[in-house]
Every structure is written in structure tokens, then in C-alpha cells.
Write a protein that binds this ligand. Sequence first.
Ligand code: GTP
Ligand code: MG
Length: 367
Amino acid sequence: PQGSTVADLADLLGINPNDIIKRLFLLGTPLTMTESMSDELIELVADDLGRDVKVMTKEEENSFTFYDDPKDLKPRPPVVTVMGHVDHGKTSLLDAIRHTGVAEGEAGGITQAIGASQVKINDRIITFIDTPGHETFTAMRARGAKVTDIVILIVAADDGVMPQTIESINHAKAAEVPIIVAVNKIDKPGADPTRVRQELTEYGIIPEEWGGQNMFVDISAKKHMGIDTLLESVLLEADVLELKANPDTFASGNVLEAKLDRGRGSVATLLVNRGTLHVGDAIVAGLSFGKIRAMIDPRGNNVTEAGPSYPVEVLGLQSVPMAGDEFRVFQDERDARSLADERALKARIEEQNKVKHVTLENLFTTM
Ligand code: GTP
Ligand code: MG
């Protein structure tokens, strides 16, 4: 990394630091063990020693894909998003599901403090993301964020496939996420679940009972019919996916939503992908840096840690990140701070360049 010292380089190359100090002296740049070297100097000295070293910026280091030893992977809960056309019953379904959670003995499960919720079915947890409207989902995907494992596509049986149903299918397909169809409002007089199945075949969503890949469950969110079957289907799908993550490492994941709260400052809902998040951790989320001051779980309780697939509301970021931003915990607070600074600076420069390119002409043509 940038700012590495003579000792760091010696460590990396597995050689005696004195050998490096000697080379540096010969190159006319005498340095001591603990002094940091410029990028060029590091690469030059390494080259001189017959080694190929490339200095990475904090940004490059950060974009390194995480590697986990398969033996460190542990099962994690599925993350589920409900999508569908306006008024087809997304909110009603989530409400019905939360009640189910309460019926299962989860006291206080009704309160939804953050933009995500969790239910426990037969000792297994399912995380539901309540937030993503289509725009958030698109924004997240554009940034390569894979926040959901399974999509529940809700289609009202009295209305059938509508424009946003198709949009939802496209989003789920682009993200390569399996789709479970919840045919809702089957309690209504005009309900025709078979027609919904037929219409969906046109979009490549074919029921298992017709030899296709998709589970279909007929439900009534309002009358609480079929909800248990739907949740069982989610767990079945999750079993097929064999969802796993390493919980014993520094946390990383995505921002689901974030806002500025008058009393509490920057408040961000984070979904952990990997590792475990702790109060006191130094994190970078998009352009923001911070030390986690407090964490609140979906039931509104303060918690001290959150593992893979757990959503938490986090206090302590110094600014407000964007939905879809990646977050990552750093061992060293200074590393976190300098990555956030580096990004913020880059963003400012890009912003300025944009402004420069606005001329009267293109200002008016874009208006
Ligand atoms: P948007 O958030 O606006 O996109 O809507 P939504 O998909 O969240 O739908 P919502 O849950 O708000 O439901 C829309 C309307 O349908 C409400 O009036 C619900 O009471 C009604 N509704 C939802 N599910 C059912 C159902 O199973 N049966 C009947 N009869 N009505 C339902
Ligand atoms: Mg709604």
C-alpha cells in the first residue's frame, strides 16, 4: 500500500531491512527503517532487487475481491426482496409476514424500526428488505451491489401481469436472482391464479407444476392465507442456494438506505454480506467515514454486533452515504479515513470537471 515504510517493504520481500537501506543510500535517498517511501522509490528499489512490486492506492486495495477459505464459511440467512406492481400487495405481504413472526413467539416483531425486517420460522431466520423501490434496486445493481438472494414477485390475481411486474422480472433476471411468485388477493371474487401463471410464461416464468423453474404460491396477504407456505418455499429455495459467508472477519456489505436525522446525525441502514460488524468499528461507506457509535436491529433494539445477512441501523458516520454504496470495516482507523478522503477528493474533482463542461449551449439543450 501507499505510504509503506522501509520495514514494511523488507517484510513484504522477506529480506533484511538493512539491504534496502543500503540500496536507498546508493540511490542517494538515505532513509531509516520507519520512514515511509514514495511509490516510485518502492517500485525502483524492488526492481533493483530483482523483484516486481506494484504499489496500490487505497482504492485499488479496497476493490480487491475478498477471499474466504471454504472451511471458514458458515450458513447464513437468505435475504429476500418483495417486488411487484403498484397496489399488488407488497406492504400487506410484509405486514402479514411480520405477524407470522410474532405468532412464532417473536415478541416485538411487529415494530419495524428500520428498512429491513427479519422473521424466524422453525428456528431459521429470513431477512426481508423493505426498501428497494425499483429505482433503488436499479441504482444498487448499477453499482454491482448484490443485496438480495431471492425475489418474491407479487402479482395480484384479479389484475394479472402489469408493467411493473415485467420490470421486476427484468431486474431479478439481470441480477440472476431466483424468483418465487406469490399470487396475491386470491380471496377476491375476480381472482384468477391460473391466468397469472399463463401470463407469466410469456416472460419465462414457468411454474414447477408445469415443468418450469419457479415456485408459485397462492396467497391472500389480507386474509393471511398461504403465508406459511410462501415462507417455506423461501426456505426451500434458500436450501438450494446453500448460502454461506465467513462471519469471523472484518465486515463488509451494502448501504440499504441512509438519511440525516436531526438528533442522531447520519443514520444508515447497512446489510452485512460478510464478516461481523461491531460497535466501535472504523468503517467506510461510499464517501463517508465513521466509527460505529451504536447499532439498532430491525426490532429497534440496540445491538453490539451484526453478522452476515443481518440488517442494522448504524450511527456514527460523519456524512450520509448513498443507497447501494459498499461499506467495509478497516482494522486501522487511519486506513479507513484515508480511503474515504481519497474518494471524496476524487468525487470533488469529478464534480468540478462536470461543471467545467457545462457551456451555455449544452445547458440550454439539456433543459
Ligand atoms: P405500493 O406500495 O403502492 O406499490 O402498493 P403495495 O404493493 O405495497 O400494495 P399494498 O400492500 O399497499 O396493497 C394495496 C391494496 O390492496 C390495499 O388496499 C390492500 O388492503 C389490498 N390488498 C393487499 N393484499 C390483499 C389481499 O390479499 N386481498 C385483498 N382483498 N386485498 C388486498
Ligand atoms: Mg407498499
